[in-house]
Design a protein around this ligand. Sequence first.
Ligand SMILES: [Zn+2]
Length: 411
Amino acid sequence: MRRLFLGSRGSAIRSHNLRAILLALLRYEPVSRVRLAQVTQLSNTTITNLIAELLEQGVVAEDAPELNERRAVGRPQTALRLVPDSRYTVGVHFDVDQVRAAVVNLRGQPLRSGAHPHSFDQTPETVLAETAALVERLAAGLDERRFIGLGVGVSGLADPATGVNVFAPNLGWRDVPVAEWFSRRFGLPVCLDNNVRAMALGETLFGAGRDAHALAFVYARIGVGAGFVVGGQVYRGSGAGAGEIGHATILPDGGEACRCGNTGCLETLVSEPAILRLAYQIAGDYPGGHLAQALANGQGASIERVFAAARAGDAPSRAMLAERARYMGIALANLVNILNPDLIVLGGLFDQGQDLLLPGVRQTIRERAFAHLGERVELRTATFGALAGVVGAAALAIDAFFYRHETAYSA
Ligand SMILES: [Zn+2]
């Protein structure tokens, strides 16, 4: 089947120009050609030619001329906008205990989404096959010619060049060729990266990071990781290992053992397992307390029960969470001193428990970061909440196959 790729015959300059136009459309639509030329700093001729192509491909639509933008001489200025459902991607987010997938349009809007639990003792092949079945259910009935590719965010170390999930200690995966597997199954190009890096790109293209020069996305759940986007480009480091903030040493002596082999890592202090371990200790110390009752009888996931007890005023739970916020704040103050980001976005449990955790995180960053850096950095929670991972994974695919025309793996 012929896939409807944009500019597959294009040069690098053309790709760059197309990306600039499409990003400007995402950000400013409805927008005139004149304004597009201003914000992209491309020539009028380039804008006219590329917009003509985009109109022909049905990716951009033109509104009726707007009176207030009508020029005295020449063609009236018409407003251009993206046709968001003209192309789709599938975003797949592998988390430690579940995989989530969504069909996402060109505006980064998840149209359909679903999740499937998996466990440590399942083989990668089983998890991939169940994920493929989930994707098929989500895509059923949609025009398959509109799909431009899949984006996959995996946990742990990922190699975007080969599409291999090199090492995911929380899943027990080593050298799993995830992109190749999906590409063979669906006949589409597949782009793969670390899932937090994908979320950082999702915020940059579609969320709170559209105006940020340097953005850090920090995701804490079972593990803790960060993704960086600087000047619109994902920063991966020399071995795709940038962002392992979860293994920053916070307690040099006497800390808990971390799965990485070190002790006292951030992840041993502020992750879901760390919070639950401490919560059960509190419940043991205060068997008649709020938290013991919430853990025994409450509704929802265990972490939500801990948050519920703290919201109900349970003092030991509140103190324990305040200390978690302080540790995260210390790690982020160090990050601020090194990267000096405009924006830090927090996802995962710091999003779920933001009312309890964010004030302490913010205060610690202000106290600990150098000079005014801590006051200047903006701190927010993930724009797409629980869907941050799938929107981020879709952003990988949209960025690679729609804007840049790269292919990580294509069967
Ligand atoms: Zn560690």
